[in-house]
Design a protein around this ligand. Structure first.
Ligand code: AHR
Length: 510
């Protein structure tokens, strides 16, 4: 039974009076699905300094690099176990012509990045640079193909260039220095085709999708996983028409939801009130309703769940930082963003029978980034630390969790915010339990009955917390927020108990 707190009506003191023991129940089941590692996917777009400056500085840069990729960022991403990286957009993808990004750099044509601040793109980071990056990080590439302003031939030839062992496109690739084909699994056929990707009506896009995918072939044992451009947030009609018209031609369909309530007023990333914080969590939790809504539609047409739902853009989207270039979407990242990340990942863990991939936007210097860079400096964001703490859930068997947490109504018409949000999984006999305390004032005493799992008595932990929810890491204070060891959890009499401080996130390993 959940305890309900009407937030707007009561004071922090009243909330604290309600703060209580919270019980987390683990309900392991043989039929519980594995959490696909791709839920921890990332997204990199030619936008602002995500690619140029964030990932790539070029071989001649004084910034320490490996073949042009920043060493600090490479190291950080390797530690994160990034499973999949989406590229080159976003909106940029539907204006991108891959052929301009291959061959000698001095011959590559330049273009205007019309979507993102009118910056001139010199195409020095192209197909080879992207695929080599994926090899260096050890992740699957996920290409977003140009449907809006490209052609079927262009996309078909891109697939051939990347994956064929022989033939004219393979020869061209070899002439550009790559002998062996790369492996390409995930192929997106357009991005936001309802908007920046071509302003299609769904009925028309369904046919266009069918046509494009026909010519994207599997070469030499490579198997494409074809992803249709999907709905904007709760546009269930888009999903419905696509499922009706094209479900047999797709392996997945995407969906984008950003934790934004008012697109004309995003709000500052760092200057917000406690009320704003709770509202942001309520807005991020709308993700669950939207995922459920799309799952319901997909279940109607595909009860066996052959078609996957890919949330290939999600995250916070605040005002751009003052003093930065308009259209580059550079934003700071506070402990509030970390909380949004934890709550959203907890949601995804519960829908993995249908949701097979999610890609937070974006990996560096754009929106809810993992890393921020400035010249030769890099900081890891609070969101980065959540992804790192949660990495053990990748490909682990999920353990459904229930709690008797109190909840607060932060915004009318939006989901109530649970004080405690938890998730658990098991892999190779190792149990991982992640718990977030969303309350800004009160610690919570947690009890977990261990009788349903076969864990030993040893428990280790990590905690992420900040003195203030508005705290963030910046170039002059890069370690203000980082994880620390948490050794206060104890197992006694078959119960795991610990106190989780206010506004913190803990991951325990048993
Ligand atoms: O992530 C930024 C932008 O948000 C992407 O380019 C687009 O797909 C979405 O609208």
């Amino acid at each position: 039974m959940k305890k309900l707190i009407a937030f707007s009506a009561i004071t922090a003191a009243a909330i604290s009076a309600q703060a209580a023991q919270v019980e987390i129940r683990l309900n392991p089941s043989d039929s519980a699905p594995v959490i696909p590692k791709e839920i921890y996917g990332q997204f990199s777009e030619h936008l602002g300094t995500c690619i140029y400056g964030g990932l790539w500085v070029g071989e001649d840069s004084p910034i320490p690099n490996t073949n042009g990729y920043r060493n600090d960022v490479l190291g950080a991403l390797r530690d994160l176990h990034v499973p999949v990286l989406r590229w080159p957009g976003g909106c940029f993808a539907d204006e991108y012509h891959w052929i301009d990004g291959i061959g000698p750099k001095e011959n590559r044509p330049r273009m205007v990045n019309n979507n993102w601040g009118g910056t001139v793109e010199d195409n020095s980071f192209g197909t080879h640079e992207f695929f080599n990056l994926c090899e260096l990080i050890g992740c699957e590439p996920y290409l977003s193909g140009n449907v809006g302003s490209g052609s079927v031939e262009e996309l078909a030839k891109w697939v051939e260039y990347i994956t064929a062992e022989s033939g004219p496109m393979a020869e061209r690739r070899m002439a550009n220095g790559r002998q062996k084909p790369w492996r390409l699994k995930y192929l997106g056929v357009g991005n936001e085709s309802w908007g920046c990707g071509g302003s299609f009506r769904v009925e028309y896009y369904a046919d266009v999708y069918r046509r494009y995918q026909t010519y994207c072939r599997d070469y030499n044992g490579n198997h494409l996983f074809k992803i249709a451009s999907g709905a904007n947030a709760s546009d269930y009609n888009w999903t419905q028409v696509m499922m009706q018209q094209a479900k047999d031609q797709m392996h997945g369909i995407s969906m984008h939801y950003y934790a934004v309530d008012d697109w004309s007023n995003h709000g500052s990333a760092t200057k917000f009130t406690d009320d704003d914080y709770y509202k942001s969590l309520a807005i991020c939790l709308v993700m669950e309703d939207i995922v459920k809504g799309h799952c319901r539609v997909m279940d109607e047409y595909d009860p066996q769940r052959k078609v996957a739902l890919m949330v290939d853009e999600w995250g916070t989207w605040w005002d751009e930082e003052p003093g930065t270039i308009r259209g580059h979407l550079y934003q700071q990242n506070t402990m509030r963003d970390a909380m949004v990340a934890a709550l959203t990942l907890n949601i995804f863990h519960n829908y993995t029978e249908r949701v097979k991939m999610a890609n937070i936007a974006q990996i560096a210097n754009v929106l809810q980034a993992m890393v921020l860079t400035k010249d030769d400096k890099m900081v890891l964001t609070p969101t980065y630390y959540v992804f790192k703490m949660y990495a053990a859930h990748q490909d682990a068997k999920s353990i459904p969790v229930t709690t008797d947490t109190p909840e607060r109504t932060a915004m009318e018409g939006r989901p109530a915010v649970p004080t405690i949000s938890a998730t658990a999984s098991e892999k190779d006999g190792k149990y991982t339990i992640s718990v977030a305390n969303t309350d800004l004032k009160e610690a919570q005493d947690i009890t977990i009955d261990m009788s349903s799992i076969k864990a030993g008595k040893k428990v280790t932990g990590e905690i992420l917390r900040a003195a203030d929810i508005r705290d963030y890491n910046d170039f002059d204070a890069p370690d203000k927020i980082k994880t620390a060891a948490f050794d206060k959890a104890k197992i006694k009499g078959g119960k795991l108990t610990f106190t989780i401080p206010a506004a913190s996130i803990i991951t325990l390993t048993l």
